[in-house]
Design a protein around this ligand. Structure first.
Ligand code: 6V0
Length: 314
């Protein structure tokens, strides 16, 4: 029987430790196990985080091994190499698939009922690999997908329009990577269509602005990596949001990466479209209306991923 208050984070580098820090402050779990190929790193992070416990909620944060995963409701995987300056997410595929071949069977052998939340890049390919390697049902294997990219879009739109980014409703879908796309056709600010809202705020050049925003979102990670070597705070907040939706059974609509089974004519690939996320992981995926150009861009994004997935022997 899994313990809904217990989770494991596998990979305790920049991303894993930032996720642990975020989860510790959210008070969602009473037990968090940190696992890393470098045991000292996991122990050091657990010690450092634990020293903050008197300022937050009581819980147990400790370094562990795969036996500790046996009763975890949620296993978050961030292990693997990150992008170096100039590298794309897809450049990481072979290194990180090899790492997943060693990690995922260790989890699946000990726990058949957990939810796997994949964060390592290329996240769509690795979510697919985790689904294959685990033998879990697809609804319980999801990736952070374009939740972060969507947050970047909301942030940029909020800044530009001078409104709370939480009032912006828009999605980035497709690959978490260079072929991702914004769904402009349904974007709105508190129910007012985006174009109309922009005009209310004095902006009229919609096509130019859309192109600029999409480029800014797509290139954000490259820009951050060029300046500080890695990205981790934004993704940690995105992961906390997904985790909260799962553990509290919120049925939140989030663009997580999940196996598509015919939606938009795409089959057998993991990528992001809006999904209802709750206690069972992905409860439903939503085939939201897309313009013809958006449909085509989504199919192109799928074709990019298809090429990579087909080259893997899993
Ligand atoms: P990092 O700081 O190098 O940490 C990686 C950690 O994984 C290290 O501590 C390693 O020791 C550990 N590790 C490696 N192999 C294993 C293994 N077999 N078992 C257990 N642990 C292992 O990298 P960082 O934390 O910056 O990035 C981790 C991954 O997250 C990378 O693939 C990034 O590309 C990816 N990101 C994903 C994002 C997303 O939106 N999905 C965002 C940012 C980064």
């Amino acid at each position: 029987m899994n313990n809904i208050q217990k989770a494991a984070v596998i990979g305790c580098g920049f991303v894993g430790s930032s996720i642990a820090f975020t989860l510790m402050q959210s008070g969602i779990f009473s037990e968090l196990v940190l696992i890393d190929a470098n045991r000292d790193k996991a122990e050091g992070e657990a010690m450092d985080l634990s020293h903050g416990l008197p300022f937050t909620h009581p819980m147990d944060i400790r370094a562990g091994d795969y036996d500790d995963v046996a009763d975890c409701a949620l296993v978050i995987v961030t292990a693997g190499a990150g992008q170096k300056p100039g590298e794309t997410r897809l450049d990481l595929v072979h290194k990180n698939v090899a790492i997943f071949r060693s990690i995922i069977p260790e989890i699946a052998r000990r726990n058949r009922d957990a939810i796997l939340l994949i964060v390592s890049n290329p996240v769509d390919v690795l979510t697919w690999a985790a689904w294959k390697l685990s033998g879990y049902p697809a609804n319980r294997v999801l990736g952070s997908g374009t939740v972060l990219d969507t947050a970047r879009l909301k942030y940029l739109l909020g800044e530009r329009l001078g409104v709370d980014s939480r009032s912006v409703h828009a999605f980035i879908i497709g690959e978490h990577g260079d072929s991702e796309l914004a769904v402009w056709s349904g974007a709105n600010v508190s129910g007012i269509s985006l174009d109309h809202f922009c005009e209310l705020r004095g902006y009229y050049e919609h096509d130019k602005a859309d192109e600029w925003l999409q480029r800014e979102v797509r290139d954000s990670a490259y820009e951050i990596i060029r300046r500080k070597g890695a990205t981790y705070y934004g993704v940690a907040m995105a992961v906390e949001r997904i985790v909260r939706a799962i553990v509290r059974d919120e049925h939140s609509v989030l663009p997580v990466s999940n196996l598509l089974q015919g939606q938009y004519g795409i089959d057998g690939l993991c990528m992001s479209i809006p999904a209802v996320v709750g206690r069972n992981g992905v409860e439903d995926t939503l085939e939201i209306p897309l313009s013809p150009a958006e449909r085509e861009a989504l199919r192109d994004s799928a074709a990019t991923l298809r090429g990579v997935v087909d080259s893997l022997e899993l």
